[in-house]
Design a protein around this ligand. Structure first.
Ligand code: G3P
Ligand code: CA
Length: 230
C-alpha cells in the first residue's frame, strides 16, 4: 500500500534545480514545502562547519584542493558553479528557521563535536527542538561521538552496503533511523526494520517508478533531488 505520510527531504537542498548545498538550493526546497532538507557538512581549517558535499573543491567551485584545508575566509571568496557561495551551517539554520526538518550529514572528519555545539545553541537560544534535526553519517566514529556528546539529537545510520549492518550499528548508538540507498531495499527488509522500531529514510530517489516503489514499500521518508516530484 502507498503510504500517504511519506516524508519528503530535499537532497542537498533541491539539487535537481540549483547548485547543491547552496542557500538558493535550500530556499528552493523550502518553496517546494519539503518536510525536510538534507545537507552535507565539513569542518574547515579555521574551525567552522561549511555546507558542501565533496572533500575537494574542484567539481563544484572555481577553487581546487581539499575543503578542510581552507579557512572560511578563503572558502567564502570562491564561486560555486552558477555564481553562488559556500554557506556555513549557521547560515543554513538561519534560512530554514524551523520551517522544516534539517538532516545534517556529517560528511567530513571531526564534524560531530561542532555539530553538537551548533545544534545545542539553536535548541537553547533559537527555539529549535532536538527533533527538528536528524544527524546522519556513513562514518561510524562521527556518529559515536555524537552519541557520546549529546543523547537528545536523533541519529541516522547511512548505508550503501547493508540494511542489516546498519541496524546492528544503529542499536549500539541508540539511533532510531536508518538511511539506506534505495537499491538495498525490499518490501520485507523495510518491514523488518520498522518492526524493530526503526524509521527508514531512503536516498537518492528521483525516478518516478522508483518513487512509487519506495512508497509501496512503506518507507518513512524519501530523500530526493526533486522534492516537488515525490
Ligand atoms: O544522505 C543521503 C545521501 O546524501 C548520501 O549520499 O553522497 O549524496 O552524500 P551523498
Ligand atoms: Ca549527503
Amino acid at each position: 500500500m502507498q503510504n500517504a505520510s511519506t516524508r519528503v527531504f530535499g537532497h542537498r537542498g533541491a539539487k535537481g534545480y540549483l547548485a547543491e548545498n547552496t542557500l538558493e538550493s535550500i530556499e528552493k526546497a523550502l518553496n517546494f514545502n519539503a518536510d525536510g532538507i538534507e545537507i552535507d557538512v565539513h569542518l574547515c581549517a579555521s574551525g567552522e562547519l561549511v555546507v558542501f558535499h565533496d572533500f575537494t573543491l574542484d567539481r563544484m567551485t572555481n577553487g581546487t584542493g581539499e575543503v578542510g584545508k581552507q579557512t572560511l575566509k578563503a572558502l567564502k571568496e570562491l564561486i560555486v558553479n552558477g555564481g553562488f557561495q559556500i554557506p556555513t551551517l549557521e547560515e543554513v539554520l538561519n534560512l530554514i528557521d524551523k520551517k522544516c526538518l534539517l538532516n545534517i550529514e556529517l560528511k567530513g572528519k571531526n564534524t560531530a563535536i561542532k555539530t553538537c555545539e551548533i545544534v545545542s545553541y539553536y535548541v537553547q537560544n533559537r527555539g529549535w527542538d532536538d527533533t527538528d534535526f536528524i544527524v546522519s553519517s556513513f562514518q561510524h566514529t562521527e556518529l559515536e561521538t555524537m552519541f557520546q556528546t549529546n543523547k537528545n539529537i536523533p541519529l541516522a545510520v547511512l548505508t550503501k552496503a547493508s540494511v542489516t549492518e546498519a541496524i546492528e550499528f544503529a542499536k549500539t548508538i541508540q539511533a532510531k533511523i536508518i538511511h539506506p540507498n534505495f537499491a538495498l531495499l525490499t518490501k520485507d527488509n523495510v518491514k523488518l526494520a520498522q518492526s524493530l522500531g526503526f524509521e527508514v529514510n531512503t536516498w537518492t530517489v528521483n525516478n518516478a517508478d522508483t518513487i512509487l516503489r519506495m512508497k509501496q514499500y512503506g518507507v518513512n521518508g524519501i530523500i530526493s533531488d526533486v522534492p516537488d516530484k515525490i
